[in-house]
Design a protein. Structure first.
Length: 184
């Protein structure tokens, strides 16, 4: 692998409530929090401490006991169902949030928007996307979950219970949910 190549393969996700990080395995050196269900790669252990690598190349130390392990290989689709969930609406949502954020940054840079207004307008914006070859992990902020696409179908990869505290017999409509043949 070329020294500038970076292949991110998550091994764990942060817990549903996010998690604290530290610059070193020392509780006196706190850093920023990891987002809920953020995919990370475990790179080192030191007792209960775990050093993790994020998709952007950032590393931090966390309480390793709180990490949620992922399967060795993300779930692969078998034979595709009659109709699979389409990842394009999720990607369009990511593009929309990024465009909105980029526009707000431009307004902030030109002075058309002050920092307090920028913070107010950015509050609640959430987006997450990891593309690794044919694999795609995309965050669905409507349902507070990560979805995985292997090129054939999009499926829930990790979810929190914040958006829906208990499973329901009738699932809420999602633009990312697969539909059965004959459904609109």
């Amino acid at each position: 692998m070329d020294e500038f190549e970076f292949a991110f393969r998550p091994t764990h996700v942060a817990p549903a409530v996010g998690m604290a990080t530290w610059a070193a395995p020392d509780p006196a050196r706190p850093s920023v929090r990891l987002d809920a269900l953020l995919p990370v790669r475990l790179i080192a252990r030191q007792g209960d401490w775990a050093q993790v690598l994020c998709s952007n190349g950032w590393t931090a130390w966390v309480d390793g006991r709180l990490l949620i392990a992922l399967p060795d290989v993300p779930p692969a689709a078998g034979a595709p169902p009659a109709r699979t969930a389409d990842p394009r609406p999720a990607l369009a949502d990511v593009e929309g949030v990024l465009a909105q954020y980029r526009s707000m940054l431009e307004s902030l840079a030109t002075g058309a928007l002050d920092l307090e207004s920028f913070r107010d307008q950015a509050r609640g914006l959430r987006v997450g996307l990891v593309v690794d070859g044919e694999a795609l992990w995309v965050f669905d902020p409507v349902h507070d979950r990560w979805c995985y696409c292997d090129g054939l179908q999009l499926q829930t990869y990790a979810a929190t219970d914040r958006a829906s505290p208990a499973p329901s017999a009738t699932p809420a409509h999602s633009p990312y949910a697969p539909t059965r043949t004959g459904e609109p």
